[in-house]
Design a protein around this ligand. Structure first.
Ligand SMILES: NC(=O)C1=CN([C@@H]2O[C@H](COP(=O)(O)OP(=O)(O)OC[C@H]3O[C@@H](n4cnc5c(N)ncnc54)[C@H](O)[C@@H]3O)[C@@H](O)[C@H]2O)C=CC1
Ligand SMILES: O=C(O)C(=O)[C@H](O)COP(=O)(O)O
Length: 315
C-alpha cells in the first residue's frame, strides 16, 4: 500500500504510517499536472484543503482507495466523482474547532480594540493613547451562524465573556441544544440583534453568498463580521460597500472567495489581492483557523484512526 501526503501535516502521521508498514511520499501542494503524474500508483491520499481534487485527478488515480482529509470542509473535493469510484473521503470533524473558536475571539477583540492600526501607529513612531478607544465584548450579543462543532465552542467562550448568544442553524434540532444560554433564532433575528456575527457553516449551493446586501442591511449599525468559514459565504462586493458606507463596523476574515481550497489559487506564497484590503476596518489572515500545533496533532491522530478503520473493513 502506498500513501501520498500533499500538505503540511503532523509528524504523527509519518510515524503512524511507518508503524503500519505503509510506504509514503510527501510532496507539498503539488500543482494539478504534477499530482496527475504522482497519483496513479497511490492507494491513500492524505491532504488538507488544497488543491482542488477534481475529475481529471480522480481519472488518473487508478489505484486510489481512500482520501484522508485533515480538515472539516470537503468543498474542495468532487465528492460525486469519488462516490462513483467508490473512494471514501474521510474528513476530520471536531479536531480544529477550538483552534478556530479561539481565532474568532482574537479577531473580534482585534477589531474592537483597533490593535492593527494601533500597532502600526506605534511602530511608525507615534504614541497616542487617545485615538484608539475600543469596545468590550462584555454585554454585547454574539450571533453565530452555523451551530455545529465550531459554533458551539464559540458559544461557550462567548458566554465566558458575558455576551448574550444567538445562534442560527436550520438543521440543528433545538432539543439537542446543550446550552441554556444560547437562544436559537431565525437568520433575520440573528442579523438584527447581534453586535458580532460569526460564520461557522459549510460552503454549499445554499450558503454561497448567503450574507449579501439584504442581510447586511438587516444588521445593526456598527456590527462586526467574522468569517472563518469559507470566503464564498459572504458576498465580498456587498461587504466592501457596507463597510465603506459605515453601516458595518468592520470585518475580520480568515478566508476569501478566491483562495486556496476553494478551487481558486493552488499553491503557497501566491500574490493575492482584493479591494477589501483598501479598507482599514477589514482585517485578514490567510486561512489559519485550524493551523495550530495542537489541532494538527489531534487531526493526525484522527487521520490514523480513520486509516485503521478503513484497513480493518478492507482486510
Ligand atoms: N478557517 C478555518 O481554518 C476552518 C474553517 N472551517 C469551516 O467551518 C465550517 C464549519 O465547521 P464545523 O463547525 O467543524 O462543522 P460542523 O459540520 O460541525 O457544523 C456546521 C454547521 O453548519 C450548519 N449549517 C449547514 N447549512 C447551514 C445553513 N444554510 N445555515 C445555517 N447553518 C447551516 C450545520 O447544520 C452544522 O450544524 C466548515 O464547513 C469549514 O468550511 C472549519 C475548520 C477550520
Ligand atoms: O477544516 C477546515 O475545513 C479548514 O478550513 C481548515 O482548518 C483549514 O484548512 P487546513 O489547511 O487547516 O486543513
Amino acid at each position: 500500500m502506498k500513501a501520498l501526503i500533499i500538505d503540511q501535516m503532523s509528524e504523527e502521521i509519518d510515524k503512524g504510517l511507518k508503524e503500519r508498514g505503509i510506504e509514503f511520499k510527501k510532496v507539498m501542494l503539488p500543482k494539478k499536472d504534477e499530482l496527475i503524474k504522482l497519483i496513479p500508483d497511490v492507494d491513500v491520499l492524505i491532504m488538507r484543503v488544497d488543491p482542488f481534487i477534481d475529475k481529471d485527478i480522480l481519472d488518473a488515480a487508478k489505484n486510489l482507495k481512500l482520501i484522508l482529509v485533515g480538515s472539516v470542509g470537503t468543498n474542495h473535493i468532487d465528492l460525486e466523482e469519488c462516490k462513483k469510484r467508490n473512494i471514501p473521503v474521510m474528513n476530520s470533524p471536531g479536531q480544529n474547532s477550538n483552534a478556530v473558536a479561539e481565532l474568532v475571539f482574537s479577531k473580534a477583540l482585534d477589531l474592537y480594540r483597533n490593535t492593527v492600526q494601533a500597532n502600526n501607529e506605534v511602530k511608525s513612531g507615534i504614541w497616542n493613547k487617545y485615538r484608539w478607544i475600543g469596545r468590550e465584548l462584555r454585554n454585547k450579543t454574539m450571533g453565530i451562524l452555523g451551530y455545529g462543532s465550531i459554533g458551539r465552542r464559540v458559544a461557550e467562550i462567548a458566554h465566558v465573556f458575558k455576551m448574550d448568544v444567538l445562534a442560527y442553524d436550520p438543521y440543528f434540532d433545538p432539543k439537542n441544544n446543550p446550552y441554556d444560554y444560547v437562544k436559537l433564532v431565525s437568520l433575520d433575528e440573528a442579523l438584527k440583534n447581534s453586535d458580532v456575527i460569526t460564520l461557522h457553516l459549510p460552503l454549499t449551493k445554499e450558503t454561497k453568498n448567503m450574507i449579501s446586501s439584504k442581510q447586511m442591511e438587516g444588521m445593526r449599525d456598527g456590527t462586526i463580521l467574522i468569517n472563518a468559514a469559507r470566503g464564498g459565504v459572504i458576498d465580498e462586493d456587498a461587504l466592501y460597500e457596507y463597510i465603506k458606507n459605515g453601516k458595518l463596523g468592520g470585518a475580520n476574515l480568515d478566508t476569501l472567495a478566491d483562495e486556496l481550497g476553494t478551487g481558486g489559487l493552488d499553491t503557497q506564497d501566491v500574490p493575492i489581492s482584493s479591494k477589501l484590503f483598501e479598507l482599514d476596518r477589514v482585517y485578514m489572515s490567510p486561512h489559519i483557523g485550524g493551523s495550530t500545533i495542537d489541532a494538527q496533532d489531534d487531526i493526525g491522530h484522527l487521520v490514523l484512526q480513520h486509516l485503521d478503520e478503513f484497513l480493518k473493513e478492507n482486510k
